[in-house]
Design a protein around this ligand. Sequence first.
Ligand SMILES: [Fe+2]
Length: 446
Amino acid sequence: MTVHLPGSDRADTERLREQIARVLTRARERTTGLTDCVDEADLVAQHSRLMSPLVWDLAHIGNQEELWLVRDVGGREPVRADIDQLYDAFRHPRADRPALPLLDPAQARDYTGEVRGKVWDVLADSDLRGDRLISGGFAFGMIAQHEQQHDETMLATHQLRAGAAVLSAAPAPTAAVPVSGEIVLPAGEFMMGTSTDPWALDNERPAHPVRLPGFAIDAAPVTNAQYLEFLEDGGYRRPELWSERGWAHRVEADLTAPQFWERDGGNGWCRRAFGRMTPLRPRQPVAHVCWYEAQAYATWAGKRLPTEAEWEFAARFDPATGRSRRYPWGDADPDETTANLGQRHLEPADVGAYPAGASPAGVHQLIGDVWEWTSSGFEPYPGFEAFPYREYSEVFFGGDYRVLRGGSFGTDQVACRGTFRNWDHPIRRQIFSGFRLARDLRSDER
Ligand SMILES: [Fe+2]
């Protein structure tokens, strides 16, 4: 999302303030939708040990907003200093959260509402200039992104939840154009990351030049039909396709198909999504695979996962101008013609559904649909500075994580751009994760 920075006059500041109000309101409408659609018992239940009870996310959203916007930016008195430690994600692993003396659903709703009321006062009083935390409304943007990230996490909790369907949305679009094969990108240097995007988070900074040899990258993410070929070719029974750790995990976790795939009773497969069973859509990007599965598929296909730098080069480099764009299609904000974002649909769209969102070289659906695993670990860029707190990114660098790029159908546009970096453990697949493939060029292609 493009942030309108305040220039010298009051009208610019007013415009930024209105933009902040819009993104905060949009996030809260989504949070409310995701928590009002289930009953109280459901809100306090733990639907998976990988996830918090929804009521924890709800109050945690309010608590982070209180810490950063009410207390830090606003300099106001605490609303509920007594509950800070309950909602400190570092203090309590997700599996332990149901046993905490959490606010009940009504209290959590009252609390987040009270905090938001104070935030409107802080926003009205701020000139959105000054130190780095407030300049350009950074702290407000960070908190809007935080809420939307938890909304995506809550959406993943809904996907894991048993019981009748409570969420609905229009089916994602089918292909508008045929897209297949790979795109050869010649060697080049580009600026990776950003130093200018006002709401970019610390791990996306600073912009720095990266030189890449030529490579080929798939024009689209790997589809259900393609993944099914791997499965039917014995992909889950052939250790030679897997890394040593990957195979050990496959055996231990008894992985035999992507999460939420189920046999339809005959030879076919169905996919369970948000309480509904539907036949597999063959041209839809595969979702809910872990990094090890993506890697095994790549080996089977004779290719590899792209590095994070290759992914960003494909998503941002504009060969006509030599500059890095915000998105594959340019700098304009995403809309329903360019990307499947924002929970507009509850599934990825078929490959070829967003021709207007393709990159200049013809790489499709880099943004939206599914997070794409890359081969890269999560590391700081040269010149990285932790901001505004070490726990946002720095404590995760060098850990056992792999970077995912591009956002999913459940990612809001405020938390999605060509530079945005997500990371997770290589065994995780309750997230909306898929992948696309890449390969080195042969000597005759260079
Ligand atoms: Fe959080």
